[in-house]
Ligand binder design. Structure first.
Ligand code: UT7
Length: 340
């Protein structure tokens, strides 16, 4: 039987700067009531003082290593869609700053599905004998990719980071991750995209392309269409992974879904038949933090006792790509601090 990846440590971190709905109302044509009732978000965190994604990743990584009682790992993987730079990846810098040695390190881009895609990738590194232990971090300073003048996106996204240490183990022990369901739909890639900055639309006078419209540097989102895709894909993916795991819906103690909109989370849980008191949420305080979303919920729930050893956990994410994924695990005995 192939080795499984088992959660051995957990850590999360939020930048201290809080942006409330009231703060946004002072510069955007919106209301606190609109934002809270349509999204469930009351405030979000934002990087300040020049901090960027790698800074957040290092903080969450430190906490996860401490939680695992480890000083080093065999690999560092960073899931982010708001990298510090388009080149190089941020993971090698994270590994250096954490002092874990000259280990394998790379980034992975899968937007809001990044945490689930990354867990599958890291489980693969362990099963393929590439690594015994992996530090896997989802970190985002996505506020820097959002147009501060755009009322359709500025209220939604926030910054933060969450990390797990994975170690080689057996599939039947607590903390073993899997099976997985992963999927994508590139035909709808344009529904949620940042147009400029990559190879298709670079901008510099020297490259003869200095007239990229400002909005192309920022995220554009067809919110209503994304909402409908999220409902359908998250529900289907969750059902698929439950089938693969041989779990009934009634077996699920905690449904940890990507925090994009409280209405999405509530509707998906309803469609699955999972009671709302089994659905932890922090979107009211952090907004949509993409790849950091699920581990931020895990860390808070684990720290405050809402997630206990032995709980059967279903995780489902959906985001740009389009992409989606689900996995399950029985919660292990790990100790961490709340990111709040
Ligand atoms: O992680 C995956 C990525 N993202 C998502 O999952 C997001 C999915 N989508 C959503 O969460 C929701 O679609 C939003 C919260 C983004 C928008 O809510 P909605 O209920 O779908 O609103 P809408 O985009 O259909 O807009 C309704 C109205 C529009 O006005 P008209 O055309 O009806 O006159 C918008 O212009 O609300 C207007 N609107 C706003 N009004 C006040 C849009 N943003 C705002 C705003 N304040 N901030």
């Amino acid at each position: 039987m192939a080795a499984s990846a088992v959660i051995a440590g957990l850590g999360a971190w939020l930048p201290p700067s809080v942006v409330t709905n009231g703060d946004l109302c002072s510069r955007l044509d919106t209301t606190e009531e609109w934002i809270e009732s349509r999204t469930g978000i009351r405030e979000r965190r934002e990087v300040s003082d020049g901090a960027a994604t790698v800074d957040l990743a290092v903080k969450a990584g430190e906490r996860a290593l401490k939680s695992a009682g480890l000083r080093s790992v065999d690999a560092v993987v960073l899931a982010t869609t708001s990298p510090d730079r388009t080149c190089p990846a941020g993971a090698p810098e994270v590994a250096s700053r954490l002092g874990v040695g000259a280990v394998a390190a790379f980034d992975l881009t899968s937007a809001c599905s990044g945490f689930v895609y990354g867990l599958a990738t890291c489980a693969g590194l362990i099963a393929a004998d590439v690594a015994e232990t992996v530090l896997f971090i989802g970190a985002e300073a996505f506020s820097t990719f959002v147009n501060p003048e755009d009322r359709a996106t500025a209220p939604i996204f926030g910054d933060g980071a969450g990390a797990v240490v994975l170690r080689r183990g057996s599939p039947d022990e607590p903390g073993a991750i899997g099976p997985f369901d992963l999927g994508s739909d590139g035909e709808n890639a344009d529904l949620l995209a940042v147009a400029a900055g990559g190879s298709r639309q670079r901008a510099s006078t020297r490259l003869g392309n200095d007239d990229v419209p400002t909005e192309d540097w920022y995220l554009s989102m067809a919110g209503r269409a994304i909402f409908q895709h999220a409902l359908a894909r998250m529900t289907a993916s969750a059902n698929t992974v439950l089938d693969r795991a041989g779990w009934a819906v009634a077996d699920v103690d905690r449904f940890v879904g990507h925090q994009a909109n409280i209405r999405i989370l509530t509707s998906v849980a309803q469609r699955l038949g999972i009671a709302q008191d089994r659905v932890p949420a922090n979107i009211d305080r952090v907004g949509n933090t993409l790849a950091a979303s699920i581990p931020l919920v895990l860390a808070e729930s684990c720290a405050n006792g809402h997630l206990r050893p032995g709980d059967r956990v279903l995780m489902t994410a959906f985001g740009a790509g389009l992409s989606w994924g689900s996995t399950v695990l029985v919660w292990p005995d790990v100790v961490t601090t709340s990111p709040f």
